[in-house]
Design a protein around this ligand. Structure first.
Ligand SMILES: NC(=O)C1=CN([C@@H]2O[C@H](COP(=O)(O)OP(=O)(O)OC[C@H]3O[C@@H](n4cnc5c(N)ncnc54)[C@H](OP(=O)(O)O)[C@@H]3O)[C@@H](O)[C@H]2O)C=CC1
Ligand SMILES: O=C(O)CCC(=O)C(=O)O
Length: 444
C-alpha cells in the first residue's frame, strides 16, 4: 500500500469530500509501514475495504415548524465498519453537515472505538438541520421525522446512535421515544439516554472527563502536575463544559470558552460557579458565550478563537479544523506543553505537524475523546444486562479505559528517541485490532 496512490484513487472516486480525505490521509500515513509488513493484508485488499464505508443511508426528512411551514432537510447514517461490534457513533445536527463530514467522523469512529477495548464498530449520522433558535416542539418534531426514516436500520445489536454536535440528552430522548414506538421494543438502541429510562451515569460527563484523564496520563510521563496549569478550552457545549469541570476539580485553571460567534477570555479563571452559569446559558436558555463576558466583565473576541492566548495546555473541544498551522505556531511559541483534543479532528494537518515537530504532548481526538463512546459502550452493557452501575463504578471503568488507551498508543507510537507520537500510536493500535478481526471473518 502506498498512501499517496491509495488516497488519489479515493479522491478520484469520491471527489469534493475534503474532510474525509484528510482523515483517511492521516491514518494511511501512520499505518503504511506496519501494513506493508503484512502481505496478507494487501492480498485481502484490506485498505480499500477499510477506507470505504460498508453502507450509507441518505434520506429526506420532512417536518413542520410552529407556524405550519413545511421544511425539508437531508438525513444520513454512515455505517462504516462492524468488524469488531455493532456500528456505534453519534448523530450530528448542524447546518454544515454533509457526507464528507459524516464519512470522516464514521471513519475516525471506527479506530476510536477499536481503541476503547470494547466491542463496538464505527458509524456516524446526522442532518443539515440547524437546531439554533428552534422551539422545543420543533426539535421534537424534527427528531421524530428523522427517526421515522432511520429506525429500520438501527437496533441494539445492529447500530447504536448517540449524541454529537447539536444532539444532547433532549434530542436523544425524542429520538429514542420515537424509535421505541416504531420498533415496538425497549432496548438500548440509543446511548446518552436519560437516567430514568436506561441512560448511564457519567455519560454526559464522559468525553470531557475522559479527555482530562488522558491528559493526566500524558503529563505523568513528564512528571508534570496539572495543578495551577492555565488551560485554553474551545467550544462551550457538552465536551467543553465537562472538560472545564474536571480541570477545575483538579486545580487547573480554564481561561477560555468559545462558540461560533467568538471566544471569552477570563483572566481570573472559570470557576465552578461560573461554569454552572455556562451550563444554564447553553443548555437551558440556548444563549451565546458572549453573554458570559457581559456578566463577568471580561474579554470577548468576536469571530476569534482562543489559540493566541498564553497558557500551558490547550483542549480544543468545538469542531473539526478549528486550530490551524498559525494557531499551532502561536501556541508553541507561547510555551504550550500539551494539546489534548476533545473535538474530532480539530487540528489541521499543518497544526498536527507543528505539534509533533515541537515534541509537545499531543493527543489526537480519536484517543483523547474516546471516553464518551466508551461510557456509551458501558451503557450498552448495562442495558443488555438490565443493570445500572453507580457513578463510582462507571467513573472507575472510564479511568481504566483511558489509561489503557494511553498505554496502547504509547506502545505503538514510541519513537527511537523515546518521544511518543500519539497520532501514530492511536492509528496503528486502532487499525491492528480492526484488521485482525477483518482477516478472521473472510472476504465480506
Ligand atoms: N458529545 C460527545 O460525547 C462527543 C463529542 N465529540 C466531539 O466534540 C466536539 C464538540 O461536541 P459537543 O460538545 O458534543 O457538541 P455541542 O453541540 O454540545 O457543542 C458544540 C460547541 O462547539 C461550537 N461549534 C460547533 N460548530 C462550530 C463551528 N463551526 N465553529 C465554531 N464553534 C463551533 C458550538 O458553538 P455554537 O453553539 O455557536 O454552534 C458549541 O459551543 C465535536 O467535534 C464532537 O464531534 C467527540 C466525542 C464524543
Ligand atoms: O457515544 C457515542 O456513541 C458517540 C460518541 C461520538 O459521537 C464520538 O465519539 O465522536
Amino acid at each position: 500500500m502506498k498512501t499517496e496512490q491509495t488516497l488519489s484513487e479515493l479522491k478520484r472516486r469520491f471527489p469534493n469530500e475534503p474532510e474525509y480525505h484528510q482523515a483517511v490521509h492521516e491514518v494511511l500515513e501512520s499505518i503504511e509501514e506496519v501494513y506493508n509488513q503484512h502481505p496478507e493484508f494487501e492480498k485481502a485488499n484490506l485498505i480499500e475495504r477499510l477506507c470505504i464505508p460498508e453502507r450509507i443511508f441518505s434520506f429526506r426528512v420532512t417536518w413542520v415548524d410552529d407556524k405550519g411551514k413545511v421544511h425539508v432537510n437531508m438525513g444520513y447514517r454512515v455505517q462504516h465498519s462492524n468488524a469488531i461490534g455493532p456500528y456505534k457513533g453519534g448523530i450530528r445536527f448542524h447546518s454544515s453537515v454533509n457526507l464528507s463530514i459524516l464519512k470522516f467522523l464514521a471513519f475516525e469512529q471506527t479506530f476510536k472505538n477499536s481503541l476503547t477495548t470494547l466491542p463496538m464498530g464505527g458509524g456516524k449520522g446526522g442532518s443539515d438541520f440547524n437546531p439554533k433558535g428552534k422551539s422545543n416542539a420543533e426539535i421534537m418534531r424534527f427528531c421524530q421525522a428523522f427517526v421515522t426514516e432511520l429506525w429500520n436500520h438501527i437496533g441494539p445489536d445492529t447500530d447504536v446512535p448517540a449524541g454529537d454536535i447539536g444532539v444532547g440528552g433532549r434530542e436523544v430522548g425524542f429520538m429514542f421515544g420515537m424509535y421505541k414506538k416504531l420498533a415496538r421494543e425497549f432496548t438500548g438502541t440509543f446511548t446518552g439516554k436519560g437516567l430514568t429510562f436506561g441512560g448511564s451515569l457519567i455519560r454526559p460527563e464522559a468525553t470531557g472527563y475522559g479527555n482530562v484523564y488522558f491528559l493526566l496520563e500524558m503529563l505523568k510521563t513528564r512528571n508534570i502536575d496539572i495543578k495551577g496549569k492555565k488551560c485554553l478550552v474551545s467550544g462551550s457545549g457538552n465536551v467543553a463544559q465537562y472538560t472545564c469541570e474536571k480541570l477545575i476539580e483538579l486545580g487547573a485553571i480554564p481561561m477560555t470558552l468559545s462558540d461560533s460567534d467568538g471566544y471569552i477570555y477570563d483572566p481570573e479563571g472559570i470557576t465552578l460557579e461560573k461554569l454552572e452559569y455556562v451550563k444554564e446559558l447553553k443548555d437551558l436558555y440556548r444563549g451565546r458565550i458572549k453573554e458570559y463576558a457581559e456578566k463577568y466583565n471580561c474579554k470577548f473576541v468576536a469571530g476569534g478563537r482562543p489559540w493566541n492566548e498564553v497558557a500551558d495546555i490547550a483542549l480544543p473541544s468545538a469542531t473539526q479544523n478549528e486550530l490551524n498551522g498559525d494557531d499551532a505556531r502561536a501556541l508553541t511559541a507561547n510555551g504550550v506543553i500539551a494539546v489534548s483534543e476533545g473535538a474530532n479532528m480539530p487540528s489541521t494537518p499543518e497544526a498536527v505537524n507543528v505539534f509533533l515537530d515541537a515534541k509537545i504532548l499531543y493527543a489526537p481526538g480519536k484517543a483523547a475523546n474516546a471516553g464518551g463512546v466508551s461510557v456509551s459502550g458501558l451503557e450498552m452493557s448495562q442495558n443488555s444486562g438490565r443493570l445500572s452501575w453507580s457513578i463510582e463504578e462507571v467513573d472507575e471503568r472510564l479511568k481504566v479505559i483511558m489509561s489503557d488507551i494511553h498505554e496502547n498508543c504509547s506502545k505503538y507510537g514510541k519513537d527511537a528517541d523515546g518521544f511518543v507520537n500519539y497520532v501514530k500510536g492511536a492509528n496503528i493500535a486502532g487499525f491492528m485490532k480492526v484488521a485482525r478481526a477483518m482477516m478472521a471473518q473472510g472476504i465480506i
